[in-house]
Design a protein around this ligand. Structure first.
Ligand SMILES: [Zn+2]
Length: 128
């Protein structure tokens, strides 16, 4: 599982340090694996604690992830972190996989994300 997550983070390397956590190292041995990465804050427990702007930022971040050909695979509050009220970010790509995204109007995860992030949508499938 950690190897998959490490490979997803590697695939998303251009987004590291901006949209997703910066990965410093992935170490593996016969007895243990470890992924060393940037701390991006605490888990969330209420979507309503985020402003509309923060939720829109999460949407744009997820679109960027899909644009890089990755599906997160496990969208839930426990996988959103924020540090001192800054823009929240998605973490935990354990269930991530490569994905040929057809865009917000046709992608199942992006469709689910609009509802999950409490964002209204226009006819193009983008948040208003
Ligand atoms: Zn997609």
């Amino acid at each position: 599982m950690l190897l998959n997550e490490a490979s997803i983070y590697e695939h998303l390397k251009p987004l590291q340090g901006q949209h997703i956590a910066l990965v410093f190292a992935y170490l593996t041995s016969e007895t243990a694996d470890a992924l060393f990465m940037e701390y991006m804050g605490c888990e969330s427990n209420d979507m309503n604690s985020f402003t509309y702007s923060q939720r829109t930022s999460l949407w744009e971040e997820l679109c960027a992830i899909h644009g890089m050909g990755v599906i997160h695979g496990d969208l839930r509050l426990a996988n959103i972190v924020t540090l001192d009220g800054s823009d929240p970010h998605f973490i935990d790509f354990t269930h991530g996989s490569l994905h040929d995204c057809k865009g917000p109007a046709e992608c199942d995860e992006l469709t689910q994300a609009r509802e999950f992030l409490l964002l209204l949508e226009d006819s193009d499938g983008k948040p208003q």
